[in-house]
Design a protein around this ligand. Structure first.
Ligand code: SF4
Ligand code: SF4
Length: 392
């Protein structure tokens, strides 16, 4: 298996091929996968010496696994690649369902075993269900039977919940959302999740290192800072080097859907250099600029939350609102991962729709933000219009 040649603490971090955003003929039709281009990307990735692919049952409206069968597994010997996929937590309601979906996934992918198998987006609200159907025992049984080499889960919840799951259910690895803008983000708390996983000694795999492309298209002022320091380095390369340079990160999965992206990323990881102290200092400024350019300039002071009769975590909702607005400024909607974070918060605190419009928060806000009005927007985006995969 290929690992990077770069020295320092990033040495050994692998590049993986994520399949959440495959090349499409029609960007509004997620099942319109350009199979010829995907095959070309797979070829380039393998030719460059990388082997890891990650998919999920629900990606691309349930077409990503079969796309990999068509473009990867039917075209290469099993020894040429490693493949991981995920059990959709919201689509099983019995142990039989687990068995049925797993068997279907082997068929979809055209393989006899997986290298890694995950529970997809486990969190506090579905942990009870996972335990009720002994999902972790199910994963262990599949590993014992040689049907997966390793098992773990992908995660979008708090470090406290991650700690609870890892304490109760030992796994081989976790797949975490880590990137430099989420690192200190109130909603994601990526740094705390990373530290929690490290403390438990599990392998750390990274998803969304470029936050779904948001760290590729950054404000010009922020990109200028990067280009002055290193004219040849793209914003994407800074983001990937940040995630890959974290000690203990084993693999960074990046969704690649153009030849240029595969060429740039494979070249970057072939000679990976973790960010140095000067670059990390520049990244601090970049984060500040990106935050300044976000929709709601909430400073997360939480003054507004103290007197809220509905116990609404306003600062957290503002962070998620900004994230959704930055993904799509004119018609924002919650992505599935933003929605998962919102859902996790509403288990313990008030929903945006609980807001009584009393206005106490606005009186307390040093930034003079129209919080009651913003709660209506948050309700619209996260409670009425989330993007959420469902089986057709
Ligand atoms: S307006 Fe809404 S968010 Fe603000 S304090 Fe009242 S209930 Fe809480
Ligand atoms: S008081 Fe204003 S700035 Fe502070 S957390 Fe609340 S909304 Fe954000």
């Amino acid at each position: 298996m290929r690992t990077v040649k770069g020295g320092g603490k990033g040495s050994g971090t692998n590049l993986g091929f994520g399949t959440l955003r495959l090349p499409l003929f029609d960007k509004h039709a997620v099942a319109s996968i350009d199979y010829d281009l995907l095959s070309r990307l797979v070829d380039l990735f393998l030719e460059a010496g990388y082997v890891r692919f990650d998919t999920a049952y629900t990606y691309h409206d349930f077409h990503a696994e079969t796309a990999l069968r068509r473009c990867l597994t039917s075209r290469y010997e099993r020894s040429r690649y490693e493949l991981s996929t995920k059990m959709p937590m919201h689509l099983f309601n019995s142990r039989d369902d687990l068995e049925r979906i797993f068997a279907e996934q082997l068929e979809n992918c055209g393989v006899e075993y997986f290298d890694r198998y995950l529970l997809h987006n486990i969190n506090a609200s579905n942990l009870k269900k996972a335990e009720e159907f002994d999902s972790f025992g199910f994963l262990k049984a599949k590993k014992d039977a040689g049907l997966t080499r390793e098992f773990g889960f992908s995660f979008h919840d708090s470090p406290e919940v991650l700690d609870e799951i890892l304490t109760k259910h030992p796994v081989d690895f976790v797949l975490l959302q880590i990137n430099y803008i989420d690192w200190e983000d109130l909603g994601t708390r990526a740094k705390r999740c990373y530290e929690t996983a490290k403390r438990h000694g599990v392998k750390i795999l990274v998803m969304e290192p470029l936050k779904g492309g948001n760290l590729v298209r950054i404000p010009k002022e922020a990109e200028d800072l990067m280009r002055v320091y290193d004219p040849a380095a793209s914003p994407a390369s800074w983001g990937l080097r940040f995630a890959a340079g974290l000690e203990g990160v084993e693999t960074v999965f990046s969704g690649m859907n153009t030849v240029g992206q595969v060429e740039e990323n494979t070249a970057l990881f072939a000679d990976l250099k973790p960010l140095n102290s000067e670059e990390l200092a520049i990244l601090d400024k970049v984060v500040k600029i990106i935050r300044e350019n976000t929709a709601v300039p909430c400073t997360a002071c939480r003054y507004c939350e103290v007197g809220c009769p509905c116990n609404i975590p306003v600062a957290d909702y503002m962070a998620l609102y900004n994230s959704a607005k930055s993904d799509s400024p004119t018609s924002p909607s919650a992505s599935s991962s933003q929605y998962y974070y919102y859902l996790a918060l509403t288990r313990l605190r008030g929903k945006a729709s609980d807001c009584t419009q009393c206005g106490r928060c606005a009186d307390a806000c040093p930034q003079h933000l129209p919080i009651p009005e913003l709660m209506k927007d948050v309700t619209e985006i996260f409670e009425k219009n989330p993007t959420f995969p469902s089986k057709k």
